[in-house]
Write a protein that binds this ligand. Structure first.
Ligand code: BES
Ligand code: ZN
Ligand code: ZN
Length: 477
């Protein structure tokens, strides 16, 4: 969908259809007709009047969420028609709402048809957004900048969605590494790929063992971007389980379906660093991804195995399905060993089903040791249109991951608080000097959408990308 900003009278813009965002019916001449048709000024409400070629969509509040959902609802209707162009008037709204309109349009019009034998022809449609009549020069420059940035951000989310949606037979660690190379080339940033020889040599036995039964070689992906005058050094670490069968602690059949999405954290950090480079944010950013497939076989790692991670800590494996934390343990160590003077280190993972049980399908669990940083992450997530909430560590749950035989166990001895105990497991691999610089994001809930919500169609949502970009922008302040 092509988006143009225009600043002349809406009636002068030539478009096939007009989208009208409705917060109050009272303001409209067509009030009676719309009411008779059962239309309400509520989120996701839509009426299309074919004769006047007007699409009315409701929104409840002038917030990112409400507006993005409204425009996405309208755009889906527009896409189902043969019309080429649509227009929408934003002049009565705050100019900051442009971001939600652009992102709602580009995220809401996403579709994934790689595996459909008959593909719908991609229609060349465009949306004309009326921003301001007679806008002063500065405003229009600012507005064009919002359009440009929001387009990059939406493209990044859609790149993450494409990767996550790809079937596991077509997307294994080597494929992920190749795509990372392509992204790096496109964004003109550095890319290092390491294989199992490197993992062995660098004593990354936790990560190595998770992928040992796979026919595909595990890959450690490290992209880096450095702005000319980098203000801060930020490391993003992602869980890239291209498939999680559970390993010998095999998942039940129903729980295995969707586990192609266990690479969502890794895909999110790859897409995010691509966007950060394109946006030329003033940082040095590293993206480290552990791309691994968790499978079964005669050589598989087993419950009862003791693995030594890169930092020398020994881990008792009590469940091979708690594999993400093993991969992240080594990736966190790798990042902290390789990259000096880190200002912030964030990890992203579809780490626990417990997080989904605890906070629902829409929300990311935010964990760590720094209250202020966690709060700022949650607020950035909300500003960016993502849902997030903090989950607090505590001394009692910490005891539940103790091991009788090794330094730590990879699962807790309690069924409860599983998202937090997983986060506290990771804390063991965050070095003392980085304790307050670290945040763990459990995106298990929002990463994959099994029943469409908001502007997220079925499949991958690209969770993590928008909130991280916003979070980084706020770190600057
Ligand atoms: N990848 C899963 C977590 C997950 C579950 C993500 C559902 C998305 C949706 C993870 O590797 C896993 O299997 N975790 C186990 C941990 C348990 C064995 C302690 C879980 O959540 O059941
Ligand atoms: Zn698992
Ligand atoms: Zn997993």
């Amino acid at each position: 969908m092509k988006i143009n900003l225009v600043n002349k009278n809406i009636n002068k813009i030539k478009s096939d259809v007009e989208i009208i965002l409705v917060n109050k019916l009272d303001d409209l001449d067509e009030k009676k007709l719309l009411e008779d048709l059962g239309f309400k000024a509520a989120d996701e409400a839509l009426v299309f009047l074919p004769e006047s070629k007007k699409i009315y969509v409701g929104y409840e509040e002038e917030t990112y969420d409400s507006l993005a959902i409204a425009i996405a609802t309208a755009i889906k209707k527009f896409q189902s028609t043969k019309f080429k162009s649509a227009k929408v008037d934003l002049t009565s709204l705050d100019s900051s709402t442009l971001k939600s309109i652009v992102e709602g349009t580009l995220l809401g019009s996403y579709s994934f048809d790689k595996y459909k034998s008959t593909k719908e022809k991609k229609k060349k449609q465009e949306l004309n957004i009326l921003v301001l009549e007679d806008s002063p020069e500065l405003d229009s420059i600012e507005l064009e900048a919002i359009l440009k940035d929001s387009t990059i951000i939406s493209k990044a989310v859609n790149k993450a969605r494409d990767m996550v949606n790809t079937a596991p037979a077509d997307f294994y660690p080597e494929v992920m590494a190749d795509l990372a190379k392509d992204l790096a080339k496109d964004a003109k940033i550095d890319c290092k790929i390491k294989g199992e020889k490197f993992l062995k040599k660098n004593k990354m036995n936790a990560m190595l063992n998770v992928g040992i039964a796979s026919i595909h070689e595990s890959k450690l992906i490290h992209l880096s971007y450095k702005a000319k005058e980098a203000k801060k050094k930020i490391v993003l670490v992602g869980k890239g389980l291209t498939y999680d069968s559970g390993g010998l602690s095999l998942k039940p059949a129903d729980f295995m379906v969707t586990m192609k999405s266990d690479k969502s954290g890794g895909c999110a950090v790859l897409a995010t660093i691509w966007a950060i480079a394109k946006l030329e944010l003033p940082f040095e950013v590293h993206a480290v991804v552990g791309a691994v497939e968790n499978m079964i076989g005669g050589d598989a790692y087993k419950p009862d195995d003791i693995l030594t991670a890169k930092n020398g800590k020994t881990i008792e494996v009590r469940n091979t399905d708690a594999e993400g934390r093993l991969v992240l343990a080594d990736c966190l160590c790798y990042a902290q060993d390789e990259i000096e003077n880190i200002d912030y280190i964030f990890d992203y993972a579809t780490l626990t089903g417990a997080c989904v049980v605890g906070v629902g399908h829409y929300t990311t669990g935010v964990m760590g040791n720094n209250e202020t940083l966690k709060r700022s992450a949650v607020s950035s997530a909300h500003d960016a249109g993502e849902y997030a909430t903090t989950l607090d560590f505590n001394r009692y749950l910490k005891k539940s991951i103790k091991s009788e035989i090794a330094d730590i166990s990879n699962i807790a001895n309690t069924r409860y608080g599983g998202a937090i105990t997983a986060g506290m497991f990771l804390d063991n691999f965050v070095y003392e000097e980085n304790k307050n610089k670290w945040i763990h994001f459990d995106i298990a809930g929002p990463a994959y959408v099994e029943s469409a919500w908001g502007y997220n169609p079925f499949g991958a949502s690209g969770a993590g990308v928008r909130m991280t970009i916003e979070f980084l922008k706020n770190l600057e302040k």
